[in-house]
Write a protein that binds this ligand. Structure first.
Ligand code: DAV
Length: 384
């Protein structure tokens, strides 16, 4: 583990004026977890089958998207996922974590703006929609048209946090007009898509800022992000300028034919330890070695290929949630991963939610940490 650099400490665990604990404060992915938002599967709807959905999903599921856009995801999965996620919340609560939930919203409503028409999807993945950086909640300008109104499910929560002292920012809302998308993005052939992504060409253009918060990973003063199908360079630059000099925003790239969300590709699990997906090596990994980080390749998932994953790969297995740097929420059946974590001194707390996984997320995606006990530190001395 790295030695902490004391010169950079800045407390936000208490607010100066009141000395009361800050309601919102999180600097990284591993400090001791105190409060978290866990998503909801209620009313989850299949998004309309637009170019950005097609670019991000496997052709195996395209018939389902083409047929069921605007309708409920299969009820059996919704019902099972709901039970699994309630259990996940109960496990978090039993570990002493305060669990908050978004509102129940009807996602089947059809909306039309001057630029586009769509229906909604869900509020299952708070990690995509928002990010906490220090005492600030930032709502992301997500790139899918079906997610434009997702903020409505979170506003009760965010207003409450604002009332208790959090800073609250909504990144510029995208118009999501046709100019934001490469409507000719060649998605019929997966090999075309691989070639394009490798060249840095994605379904989203640079028309206006767009990002999903899950493309960012927080390591104290250093924040890592990838250009992906849903996060463009304009969005990354917006974050960089918005966060200002206190933070260093680094763009990483991976050998990944279809990047969308960094947290099943590259996930920091402690100060100086990162899980790096062996199928998707990081082109800038030297940055981590230089800072003395340990780069760990997690083993593949044991999940059956038959189990539907409508919006992700099986690498959701590495999408774990750290309760602190020694304890993680990990899939109950992922024994090879549990062993790998044990070798790092990390104890696995076992939770099973395969039907929740079908909706595109693991434990990290399904949550957004609101408060972790800790201070702002640098773990990359070469940038100080
Ligand atoms: O398989 O890397 C992960 C999506 C997380 N929201 C993947 C996609």
């Amino acid at each position: 583990m790295l030695k902490l650099r004391s010169g950079l400490r800045r407390l936000c665990a208490t607010t100066a004026a009141t000395a009361a604990p800050a309601a919102v404060c999180s600097h990284n992915e591993w400090d001791p977890l105190e409060e978290i938002v866990v998503g909801r599967v209620d009313n989850a709807c299949v998004p309309p089958f637009t170019v950005e959905v097609k670019a991000n999903t496997s052709e195996r599921y395209w018939p389902m998207y083409a047929k069921s856009g605007g309708q409920s995801f299969p009820r059996e999965f919704v019902d099972r996922a709901r039970i699994e996620v309630e259990n996940f919340c109960a496990v978090l609560a039993s570990e002493g974590v305060v669990v908050r939930r978004p509102d129940v919203v009807d996602w089947s409503f059809v909306y039309e703006t001057p630029d586009f028409k769509s229906s909604g999807m869900y509020a299952a993945m708070p990690r995509d929609f928002m990010i906490v950086v220090g005492d600030e909640i930032i709502e992301a300008p997500m790139a899918w048209r079906s997610r434009f109104f997702e903020y409505r499910a979170y506003r009760s929560l965010i207003k409450d946090y604002f009332g208790r002292g959090a800073r609250w920012t909504t990144a510029p809302k995208p118009t999501m007009s046709n100019e934001l998308y490469d409507l000719d993005y060649p998605i019929e052939s997966v090999s075309d898509r691989h070639r394009l992504a490798a060249r840095g060409s994605f379904v989203t253009t640079e028309y206006e800022p767009a990002f999903d918060a899950a493309d960012f990973m927080r390591c104290g003063r250093d924040i890592f992000v990838q250009r992906s199908q849903v996060t463009n360079r304009f969005g990354i630059e917006w974050m960089r300028r918005h966060l200002g000099e206190r933070y260093r925003v680094h763009a990483l790239s991976f050998r990944d034919p279809n990047p969308m969300h960094i947290d099943a590709t590259f996930l920091a699990v402690g100060p100086g330890v990162v899980l790096s997906n062996p199928d998707r090596p990081c082109h800038e990994i030297d940055m981590f070695y230089k800072a003395g980080w340990k780069v760990v390749k997690p083993p593949p998932s044991v999940l059956s290929d038959e189990h539907p994953l409508w919006m992700s790969s099986k690498w959701l297995s590495m999408n774990i949630l750290m309760l602190d740097e020694r304890r993680a929420i990990v899939g109950r059946n992922e024994v090879p991963l549990q062993k790998c974590l044990a070798s790092l001194g990390i104890q696995s707390i076992l939770v099973d939610m395969p039907h929740a996984n079908s909706f595109g997320g693991g434990f990290h995606c399904w949550t957004c940490d609101i408060r972790r006990r800790g201070t702002l530190e640098s773990y990359f001395p070469q940038f100080d």
